[in-house]
Design a protein around this ligand. Structure first.
Ligand code: KIV
Length: 312
């Protein structure tokens, strides 16, 4: 498709045979890769744990989410970019949520925000959507509530909890959310939710009954190493691959086999006679940059202006 995905495109995917493909990204390298295959790219607050090594998603700030959101938006050409509202930036009131969400949209260029919470957040979702801010809901396991729920356990385990999840989904859909992330719930509950709402459900640990799937990209790529949640399928082991590459670099450095001739700058023909004056290279760079570093640097620069780095 030529134009970027819109919220309307995501909504139109409801009930289609082909599920929505959604991935997380926190920076432009992952965003460029995700954009090639995904309909929706989420700048998830999971970055607190994955990128910043925190024990939960709670410490991440709105400013950090905005900085990463900007980087991801700049890299995406096709996918709809959604940015998570972090803990404490929206729960206090609809007005607080609007201020945070408006900053996200203005400062990142993202198309929508995601927030956690069911019925209790319906009023806020309505407030935002009525004011031009598309919202992706998030029910089931809500990592921002880890301190109240006592761990990252799957949700909707008994009939009462399942009924509450269904009520949460309906309330968010009625409030205008354009989709729902459904995290860590049993297949039967995910199916009931998906059938009950007219907006797409995006499952993470919620079975193929959902209208789409999302995973943390670093999890499916095996980028983090260590144990992953049960619902993650590892499609690669990039952590081992990277560790092997870094070990090879360290061994080369210690053996003085890196850098080799291919990675080293040389001198242009006829410049050999001046090669003993190695600091001149910096003078040359200074001169090429158009900056006058004054004193000896400038003098050295003009003295060896014929020196040029050798290109690959
Ligand atoms: O923060 C995040 O990455 C998420 C996804 C796991 C859905 O909320």
């Amino acid at each position: 498709m030529d134009k970027p995905y819109s919220v309307a495109d995501i909504l139109a995917a409801k009930g289609r045979a082909q599920p929505l493909v959604c991935l997380t990204a926190y920076d432009q390298i992952m965003a460029r890769l995700a954009d090639q295959v995904a309909d929706l790219v989420l700048v998830g607050d999971s970055l607190a744990m994955v990128a910043y090594g925190q024990a939960s998603t709670l410490p991440v700030t709105l400013d950090i989410m905005i900085a990463h959101g900007r980087s991801v938006v700049a890299a995406c050409r096709k996918a709809l970019v959604v940015v998570d509202l972090p803990f404490g930036s929206y729960q206090a009131s609809p007005a607080q949520a609007f201020d945070s969400a408006a900053r996200v949209l203005k400062e990142t260029g993202a198309a929508a925000v995601k927030l956690e919470g069911g019925q209790v957040m319906a009023e806020t979702v309505e407030f935002l959507t009525a004011r031009g801010i598309p919202v992706l809901g998030h029910i089931g396991l809500q990592p921002q509530s880890v301190n109240s729920i006592g761990g990252y356990r799957y949700q909707g385990r008994d009939a009462a909890a399942a009924a509450q999840l269904l009520a949460d989904a309906k309330a968010l859909a009625a409030a205008g959310a354009f989709g729902l992330v459904v995290e860590a719930v049993a297949e039967g509950v995910a199916r009931a939710i998906t059938q009950a709402v007219a907006i797409p459900t995006i499952g993470i640990g919620a079975s193929v009954a959902c209208d789409g799937q999302i995973l943390v990209s670093e999890d499916l790529l095996g980028w983090q190493g260590g144990r992953a949640p049960r619902f993650v399928k590892r499609y690669a082991d990039l952590n081992s691959l990277a560790a092997t590459a870094l070990q090879a670099f360290a061994a080369d450095v210690r053996a003085r086999t890196f850098p080799s001739a291919e990675q080293v700058y040389g001198l242009e023909d006829g410049a050999e006679s001046k090669s003993s004056d190695s600091p001149a290279i910096y003078g040359q760079i200074t001169q090429d940059d158009g900056q006058d570093n004054g004193g000896s640097g400038a003098k050295i620069g003009s003295k060896v202006s014929q020196l040029r780095p050798k290109r690959g």
